[in-house]
Design a protein around this ligand. Structure first.
Ligand SMILES: Nc1nc2c(ncn2[C@@H]2O[C@H](COP(=O)(O)OP(=O)(O)OP(=O)(O)O)[C@@H](O)[C@H]2O)c(=O)[nH]1
Ligand SMILES: [Mg+2]
Length: 326
């Protein structure tokens, strides 16, 4: 599933309803008098976290959304109804920023709810102004405007495993093979231009666009996606068997991540040697042993043409996430 990962939107809470001037007409004079009700409060604006990363795209079509206004007061002392709240359903992992005030919220788990803007207070009806000195007040007040501001919403993926590596390493092909996702595959660099997610027995795997040297400085496509990697729990470094030097390729990718944020490398890491069908069995074994020995990391080798290798990797990944969950 592809998705919008950033958007800007103007939001406003509802205006309070106006207070009104009304009179009670009664047979007996002493019962007559002001009866204008107060206005209802304007609706508030909330954000609520849901487990659906496509939700953000839904809001991308709007430049402005508003909660409903409160209803004006009514005769017979009736207060107007409160305006309906506006609730934005945003994916877990959304970071919401009020661009006008700088306030920030983060939706970390399903069901998290935050209030972004408050609706305006309702105005007062003339009945409110009644007193012993003034039994026929003609005053009323208008409802107050609701808060409004410009917001930016950014989705930072929270995936269990992130497939990282150089362009063309076979990350998308692997994601598709593991999860049945439909990430675009191509025999050229930077086929993947936005992160793509798949689910392997509930384990969320993210296919991240290829990283090249300089990505941390904005080269290639890596830059804007490095932030997604920071929210991935486990890093799976994908290196193609076709690579001339697997270890230095691993180091180069690792180095870019470190330049962006050294903390990223604290995450659990594994190595996946991809396209294992392009080298002979003996050579593959040597490569794998060497990589695992030099890095000290769990190392898998896979080819999407070899179902057994995919099964073994699937079990390994699910097991790894279970272990991390404990
Ligand atoms: N022989 C062989 N080719 C593979 C295998 N996996 C992927 N490929 C090929 O490698 C090329 C690149 O695959 P992608 O999955 O697009 O690579 P990627 O790492 O996602 O590339 P970017 O999105 O550009 O970073 C495609 O032509 C795939 O068909 C494999 O196991 N064996
Ligand atoms: Mg790709």
């Amino acid at each position: 599933m592809a998705f919008t990962d950033e958007l800007k939107i103007n939001l406003s809470a509802g205006k309070g309803g106006d207070g009104v001037v009304r009179w009670r007409h009664e047979k007996y004079k002493e019962k007559a008098g002001p009866s204008g009700g107060n206005g209802g409060r304007g609706g508030d604006v909330y954000a609520k976290a849901v487990r659906d990363i496509t939700k953000l795209s839904h809001y991308a079509q709007f430049s402005k959304l508003s909660a409903k206004n409160g209803q004006d007061g009514m005769k017979n002392s009736r207060t107007g109804a409160k305006g309906e709240d506006l609730v934005l359903f945003l994916p877990v992992g959304s970071v919401i920023k009020n661009e006008d005030t700088g306030e920030k919220w983060e939706l970390l788990k399903e069901g998290d709810e935050v209030i972004l803007l408050k609706g305006g207070k309702g105005g007062l009806g003339n009945e409110y102004f009644k007193s012993s000195k003034n039994i026929t007040p003609k005053e009323q007040t208008d409802g107050k405007s609701g808060e409004s501001a410009k917001f930016s919403i950014e989705l930072r993926l929270i995936a269990d495993i992130g497939l990282v590596g150089s362009p063309n390493a076979g990350k998308s092909t692997l994601l598709n093979s593991l999860t049945g996702a439909k990430s675009k595959v191509g025999n050229y660099r930077f086929t993947t231009v936005e992160p793509y997610l798949g689910s392997l027995h509930g384990v969320i795997i993210a296919d991240i666009p290829g990283l090249i040297e300089g990505a941390s400085k904005g080269k290639g496509l890596g830059h804007s996606f490095l932030k997604h990697i920071s929210r991935t729990r486990i890093l799976a470094f994908c290196i193609s068997s076709e690579s001339k030097d697997l270890l230095s390729e691993f180091e180069a990718v690792k180095n870019e991540l470190e330049l962006y944020d050294p903390e990223i490398l604290i995450k659990p890491k594994i190595i996946i040697i991809t396209k294992s069908d392009v080298v002979g069995r003996e050579d593959l074994k040597k490569l794998k042993d060497n990589v695992s020995e030099e890095t000290g990391l769990d190392t898998y080798s896979v080819s999407v043409l070899d179902d057994d290798s995919i099964d073994e990797l699937s079990k390994g990944l699910v097991g790894l996430v279970k272990k991390e969950d404990q």
